[in-house]
Design a protein around this ligand. Sequence first.
Ligand SMILES: C=CC1=C(C)c2cc3[nH]c(cc4nc(cc5[nH]c(cc1n2)c(C)c5CCC(=O)O)C(CCC(=O)O)=C4C)c(C)c3C=C
Ligand SMILES: [Fe+2]
Length: 438
Amino acid sequence: MAPSREASDTGRNWQDADAGLRPTERVGVLLLNLGGPETLADVQPFLYNLFADDSIIRLPPYARFLQRPLAKLISTLRAPKSSEGYKAIGGGSPLRRITEEQAEALAQSLKGRGLDAKVYVGMRYWTPFIDDAMEQIKQDGMTHLIVIPLYPQFSISTSGSSLRLLEDIFESDPAFNDLKHSVIASWYFREGYLNAMAELIQRELQKFDNPEKTEIFFSAHGVPVSYVEQDGDPYRDEMEQCVGMIMDELANRGWNNHFSLAYQSRVGPVEWLQPYTDAKIKELGASGVKQLLAVPISFVSEHIETLEEIDMEYRELAIESGVKQWGRVPALNTNATFIDDLASMVLEKLPSAAPRPGYTPSINETMNLGPPTGRVEDILQTYDRERRVLPPPVRMWEWGWTKSAETWNGRIAMLAVLIILLLEVTTGQGVLTQWLAL
Ligand SMILES: C=CC1=C(C)c2cc3[nH]c(cc4nc(cc5[nH]c(cc1n2)c(C)c5CCC(=O)O)C(CCC(=O)O)=C4C)c(C)c3C=C
Ligand SMILES: [Fe+2]
């Protein structure tokens, strides 16, 4: 069931005392993000960190020792292609700069609403790393930590991966035993986020010759289909609900355009979520769509996949496919409505949020609906309970760790055992004895 919209409390003025904090207590906010290479020299080591993550390439337990050599191989093979992309957008990812701007804007928004909190940035695959942010949080003596993954929808491969790492850090350092923390696992259903997205879409639609005839084309980052269908990743469900809720908000504003959702940026030859963005663009062009507005939906900052893949590759493909007018909705970045909603998420999670007088719980809280919030362990327990291993989503060659190679290796081994048994039964001698006798 789709969660209902969760109203934010934008406009309410909080004071530290309202937040239930004692004078000695200090609030930190940790924004989790993916990270990106800042220079071309960073590309291969960044890719290494990404592929060395066992939430990205999931090997069976007996093959775990191969994780790092495999990451080294895949990152080296992929680096030239990725570097081309980063070169095309100026030689590096803008992700660190934008995330730090978001952190600063959030701190200001909280301050304006009476809460003096420090906002940290923790990246999964590049600097500033999550470990470094946590070290700083420890040194700063924070007593409360609100963790917000900057992914509106939850995926095991993104928010899940960062939370697993955070869980390890909490478990391995007793200094964090007293740190009260709360994680907001996903937040695509929040009113502030939906309003901000609808506002941006509406603004771009108005630039078209026939705004109401424009196809609204949501393009989300894909994940391998096995994550969703075998491992219970809620990503696809949350994505579909999110798109539905944005379209509802647009309908409230009088927009009833046709829309579609597709998945981009697949890596390797395994099946990813469908429809694929490139195939869908061709299909829309062939069906006569002439005006197309692309909406990046799984991420809140500009990055290589908006600036290069959508703005360059998909734009060109759309024009080749017959689209006459093309537009793209900018990422939220430091959009004020979005940042204020992040501030509301923080304020709602502070100690006094639930019990304070006059507090009206949202329908999600009352009915216990919607994605959970809570401690890292609770979130992982809900979404990634069994921590099942999957076949590696990225397969770079056919002779390596593939389903077919495993099947054939197994068959050859069984045949060899049968031949050995047959020889022993027919000759009465062990195979080694026979070889040694030769
Ligand atoms: C919600 C967003 C994302 C999901 C889900 C996701 C899953 C996922 N990604 C890869 C492989 C790569 N991702 C890369 C870059 C990249 N990925 C995301 C977001 C999600 N990834 C972002 C925002 C970025 C860009 C960062 C930046 O530098 O701006 C890359 C590197 C770029 C490239 O070579 O294409 C790879 C590789 C997998 C395998 C995966 C799920 C299993
Ligand atoms: Fe990715």
